[in-house]
Design a protein around this ligand. Structure first.
Ligand code: NFE
Ligand code: MG
Length: 574
C-alpha cells in the first residue's frame, strides 16, 4: 500500500510550490510538482513600449532581481539590432556576477543549510572544539571560542523561550541530520553572518543601477554615466567601493561558503547518489566578453547534455521553432490549437483556465491539469537547468577553469564524477560557480577600469532610441543564465508596441508538470526513489527540492483567492 504525502507550501523558497508524492516501503514511487499561483506578466506587457518592458519584468522576482530586466533589454536589443558599448556589457556582467554571489550565498545559508544543519543540536557543541575545527578549515577571522559560545547564548535564549523565530518549525532532531554538533554550530554562526554580509554585496547594484532590488536597466546600454570627478555619476569613489565590495564578496565565498559547503558535504556523501533525476542538462550561456552574439565568448558556455553523457554537448538554438516549446497538457491554460501541442515562445499563448478542484481539497487531479507552470521542452526532452547544468556544460566543453574547481572538489570529497548527478552535486555546483563568478567579477572590473583609463566612457548606444528608426515588425530573443538557470524572453514588436511577450524561466523548466508524452520534469523526476524516514517530517524531500533553489514567483508569471493553506504536511492513505 502506498501513501500520498502533500507538502503545501514548501517553505524557504520564493513563491508557492506544492509537492505531492506517493511513498511505498519508505521510498518515493511517484511525484507531482505544482505551482499554485499565477501572475500573467505576459498579458500586462501587451501593447506597451518595448523599451519599458525591463521595468515590468524586473518585478517578476526580488530574488533573482535584475535578471529579468537584463534578459528583457537583450530581447529588445536583439529585435532592433542594437549593439551596446563594451562598458555597458562589463557593467551588466559585474552586476550579474554580484547577483550570483548574493543569491547563491543566501540560498546556501538561509534557504538550504537548515536541511543539513541541525540548529538545536548546535547548542551541544563545545565552543573550543568548534573554534579548532573552524580554524582548521579556513582562515576566516571570526573563529574564537568566545565567538562561538556567544552565538550559542543567543540561540539558547530563543530555544528557552520556546520561540525559535527564524528557526521555528524545523525538523530538529530528525535522524537524517548527520553533522557533529561543532559543524552544526559553525553552520549556524555563518547563517547569521551571511545575513549581515548579503546586504553589502547588493550595493554593487545600487551603485550601477540606482537601487536593489530592481535596479535600472536601459535598452542600448546602462543608465549610469561614468565621470571620474563627477559628484553624481560613477566617480572614482564609487568605483573604489565596487572594488572593495567585490573583494569582500570573493573573500566570503572562498573563506566561509566553500569551506562550510565542503565540510557539510563530507558528512552527506550518500546524497551524491540521490536526487539525480532526468540527467539532461541545458545552459543558454552568459557573461559575454565580446558581445552577446559571440556565443563562444561567454564565461558560461551554452549547450545541452543528454542522458548524463558529458562526452557530447549539443548546440541550442533559441530561434528554431522546434527546439524550445512549451506544453500545457497538465497546466491550467488553453491553447487555441489544442492542449497537446507545443508552441515556440514567439507563437506562445497565455490564456488561463483553472480546472482544478475547488478549495479546500486534498488532492489535485494529476491525470488532468495540476499546475500554473507550463511545461517547456528542448527538442521534446525534459531538461534540468541551473548551476549544475552550467558547471556540467562548462566541464564538458573542456573549459579549464571549470575542470580546476570541479576536479578539486571531487578529489577533496573523494567521490566519483557520477556524484555530480545528484542532490549533492546540484548544491556543490552552486558553490563552485560562485567561486568562478567572484573571480570573473574581478576581471570585468579591471577591464572596465582599463577602458576608462584609455578614455572610453561610452555606456549606451541611443541611435535607435527613437521609434521612427525601428522596423514596423520585429522579433527578438534575449537570454541569460539566471542564478537558477537558463532564462529567455521572446518578444514580438508590431507598430512600435509589444504584440506578444513570453518568458520561459528556469524554475519553469525544473518545476513544471509532465508533458503531453507523460515525461516527468526535473523536480518530479529527482524525487523518485528518494528514501523518506518519517512521513510527517519529509526532510529528504526538502533537501532535493531545495537543491534546485525554487522560485515560483519567476516560474508562473493574483493568487488563488482561497489558495492559502499554510505550512501543511498531510499524509493520506490510499
Ligand atoms: Ni525568482 Fe529566477 C532565477 C529567473 S526563476 S528566481 O534565478 O529567471 O528560476
Ligand atoms: Mg512563461
Amino acid at each position: 500500500m502506498s501513501k500520498r504525502i502533500v507538502i503545501d507550501p514548501i517553505t524557504r523558497i520564493e513563491g508557492h510550490l506544492r509537492i505531492e508524492v506517493d511513498i511505498k516501503n519508505g521510498k518515493i514511487k511517484d511525484a507531482f510538482s505544482s505551482g499554485t499561483m499565477v501572475r500573467l506578466i505576459e498579458e500586462i506587457l501587451k501593447g506597451r513600449d518595448p523599451r519599458d518592458a525591463w521595468a515590468f519584468v524586473g518585478r517578476v522576482c526580488g530574488v533573482c532581481t535584475s535578471t529579468h530586466s537584463l534578459t528583457s533589454v537583450r530581447a529588445v536589443e536583439d529585435a532592433l539590432d542594437i549593439v551596446i558599448p563594451p562598458n555597458a556589457e562589463l557593467v551588466r556582467n559585474i552586476m550579474h556576477c554580484s547577483l550570483y554571489m548574493h543569491d547563491h550565498v543566501v540560498h546556501f545559508y538561509h534557504l538550504h543549510a537548515m536541511d543539513w544543519v541541525d540548529v538545536v543540536n548546535a547548542l551541544k557543541a563545545d565552543p573550543k572544539k568548534t573554534s579548532e575545527l573552524a580554524q582548521s578549515i579556513s582562515n576566516w577571522p571570526k573563529s574564537s571560542p568566545g565567538y562561538f559560545s556567544d552565538i550559542q547564548k543567543r540561540i539558547s535564549k530563543f530555544v528557552a523561550s520556546g520561540q525559535l523565530g527564524i528557526f521555528a518549525n524545523g525538523y530538529w532532531g530528525h535522524p537524517a541530520y548527520k553533522l557533529p554538533a561543532e559543524v552544526n554550530l559553525i553552520g549556524l554562526a555563518h547563517y547569521l553572518e551571511a545575513l549581515e554580509w548579503q546586504k553589502e554585496i547588493v550595493k554593487v547594484h545600487a551603485i550601477f543601477g540606482g537601487k536593489n532590488p530592481h535596479p535600472n536597466y536601459l535598452v542600448g546600454g546602462m543608465a549610469c554615466a561614468i565621470g571620474i570627478d563627477d559628484v553624481s555619476g560613477i566617480n572614482a569613489e564609487r568605483l573604489a567601493m565596487v572594488a572593495r565590495l567585490l573583494v569582500e564578496g570573493k573573500n566570503f565565498i572562498e573563506q566561509v561558503y566553500i569551506p562550510d559547503l565542503m565540510t557539510i558535504a563530507s558528512y552527506y556523501k550518500d546524497w551524491g547518489a540521490i536526487g539525480g533525476g532526468i540527467g539532461n542538462y541545458m545552459a543558454y550561456g552568459d557573461l559575454p566578453t565580446n558581445g552577446i552574439r559571440d556565443i563562444n565568448s561567454m564565461k558560461f558556455p551554452s549547450g545541452a547534455i543528454l542522458n548524463k553523457d558529458i562526452s557530447k554537448v549539443y548546440d541550442v538554438d533559441l530561434r528554431h521553432d522546434e527546439e524550445v516549446q512549451e506544453f500545457i497538457t497538465h497546466s491550467w491554460y488553453d491553447y487555441a490549437g489544442g492542449d497537446d501541442i507545443g508552441l515556440h515562445p514567439w507563437k506562445g499563448e497565455t490564456k488561463m483556465n483553472y480546472t482544478g478542484p475547488k478549495p479546500p481539497f486534498e488532492h489535485l487531479d494529476m491525470d488532468n491539469k495540476y499546475s500554473y507552470l507550463k511545461t517547456p521542452r528542448w527538442k521534446g526532452n525534459a531538461m534540468e537547468v541551473g548551476p549544475l547544468a552550467r558547471v556540467l556544460v562548462g566541464y564538458a566543453r573542456g573549459r579549464e577553469e571549470y575542470k580546476a574547481v570541479v576536479d578539486k572538489a571531487l578529489k577533496d570529497l573523494n567521490v566519483p564524477v557520477t556524484a555530480l548527478f545528484s542532490t549533492l552535486g546540484r548544491t556543490a555546483a552552486r558553490g563552485l560557480e560562485s567561486v568562478l563568478a567572484s573571480q570573473w567579477a574581478q576581471e570585468f572590473y579591471d577591464q572596465l577600469i582599463t577602458n576608462i583609463r584609455n578614455g572610453d566612457t561610452r555606456m549606451a548606444d541611443i541611435t535607435k532610441f527613437e521609434r521612427e528608426t525601428w522596423p514596423k515588425q520585429a522579433v527578438g530573443v534575449g537570454f541569460s543564465e539566471a542564478p537558477r538557470g537558463a532564462l529567455a524572453h521572446w518578444i514580438n514588436i508590431e507598430d512600435h508596441k509589444i504584440a506578444n511577450y513570453q518568458l520561459v524561466v528556469p524554475t519553469t523548466w525544473n518545476a513544471s508538470p509532465r508533458d503531453s508524452k507523460g515525461q516527468l520534469s526535473a523536480y518530479e523526476s529527482s524525487l523518485i526513489d528518494t528514501p523518506v524516514a518519517n512521513e510527517t517530517q519529509p526532510l529528504e524531500i526538502l533537501r532535493t527540492i531545495h537543491s534546485f533553489d525554487p522560485c515560483m514567483a519567476c516560474a508562473v508569471h493574483l493568487y488563488d483567492e482561497k489558495g492559502d493553506a499554510i505550512g501543511r504536511v498531510s499524509v493520506l492513505g490510499d
